[in-house]
Design a binder for this molecule. Structure first.
Ligand code: TXA
Ligand code: MG
Length: 306
């Protein structure tokens, strides 16, 4: 707590990924987040709050849809983009007139927020453009020297970042898919969120190359897998739904879970393991083209577009 109050950085677990937290009301502390992540200014960060009652401190003209979604899904893996309240540091929203808010569903995060009392600005605790951390060890290996404290809450339950819904422009827009799916939003609002479009606010999660490992990653459709991944090569790292063929020499071969929630839970840890396996390229078998794999396909597609 003292660290946050004096403008320091605290990495903490959430149910999605680890966050790199700073006092959202302290512009110098928020500036340090950008510096440590190597994140360009102009990319907004999410302000984490302890309960729905704090919405009014950060957002104005909160629509009924936001109250509905927050009441139903918070604490949980949903970020709402709302119109920014006056007096809120515009640095938090990269200069836009909106603000991203979320009550995370992890007990350690909630305790931190409740003891701190204010909002905690926190992007994922990785360097800009790299894979989000889902364990305290991942944060340590990325940012240890620059963070005052890393709270260890074990492996993140969900493993991919929160769903982001923009409610600042009338019709809800799904800016980033996540565990909470478009259909879950529609069920609460009675109207389906629009897909993001060119008028949507900028978000690094929307950049093509994001969440990327160091080694080039190729996403290969399942029905082309046999043809594309023939023979054996020491140079490749593989994440597939199949097991490694007899005598395979790949630097590493990971058989991914067939259940999307488990696959998401392991995804970033698996990509990190492949990345440091000594391979020179990563081959990933594309997941099924169904709605329940949408958020994972989104992350894999971005990881691949380098
Ligand atoms: O699950 C998560 O959301 C994690 C945990 C730590 O809460 N946080 C996270 O933060 O993924 P970050 O900064 O890596 O990604 C936040 C995304 C970015 O794509 C950012 O542009 C978008 O949220 N975002 C935040 N505020 C926004 C705003 N006002 N308008 C549009 N997008 C916003
Ligand atoms: Mg991130």
């Amino acid at each position: 707590m003292a660290i946050l109050r004096r403008g320091g950085l605290v990495a903490f677990p959430t149910e999605t990924v680890y966050g790199l937290g700073a006092d959202a009301s302290n512009p110098d502390a928020v500036a340090r987040i950008y510096q440590v992540k190597g994140r360009p200014a102009g990319h907004p960060v999410i302000v984490h709050i302890g309960d729905i009652g704090q919405l009014a401190r950060w957002a104005r003209d909160v629509p009924e849809a936001a109250t509905k979604l927050a009441t139903h899904f918070w604490p949980g893996p949903l970020t709402l983009v709302l119109r920014r309240a006056p007096n809120v540091d515009s640095q938090l929203s990269g200069g836009q007139d909106t603000i991203g808010l979320r009550v995370p569903g992890h007990p350690v995060a909630l305790q931190l927020l409740r003891e701190f009392g204010g909002g905690i600005a926190a992007p994922s605790a990785n360097r800009f453009g790299r894979i989000s951390p889902t364990t305290a060890e991942h944060v340590r290996s990325d940012l240890a020297s620059e963070v005052e404290l890393i709270l260890d809450g074990g492996a993140c339950e969900i493993g991919i970042e929160s769903t982001i819904v923009d409610l600042s422009r009338g019709r809800p827009v799904l800016l980033r898919p996540g565990r909470i799916a478009a259909g879950d939003i529609a069920a609460q609002l009675g109207v389906a969120p629009l897909a993001r479009d060119s008028a949507a606010p900028r978000a690094p999660g929307e950049l093509a190359a994001h969440y990327a490992p160091r080694q080039p990653l190729r996403l290969i459709a399942s029905d082309r897998w046999e043809r594309s991944v023939q023979g054996s090569s020491r140079g490749r790292g593989v994440l597939s739904f199949r097991s490694a063929p007899e005598g395979d020499m790949s630097a590493m071969w990971i058989e991914g879970p067939r259940e999307p929630w488990r696959y998401g839970h392991d995804l970033y840890a698996n990509l990190r393991a492949l990345d440091s396996s000594g391979c020179d390229r990563i081959l990933v078998e594309g997941p099924p083209d169904t709605l329940e794999w949408a958020a994972i396909r989104d992350r894999l597609t971005r990881a691949g577009s380098v």
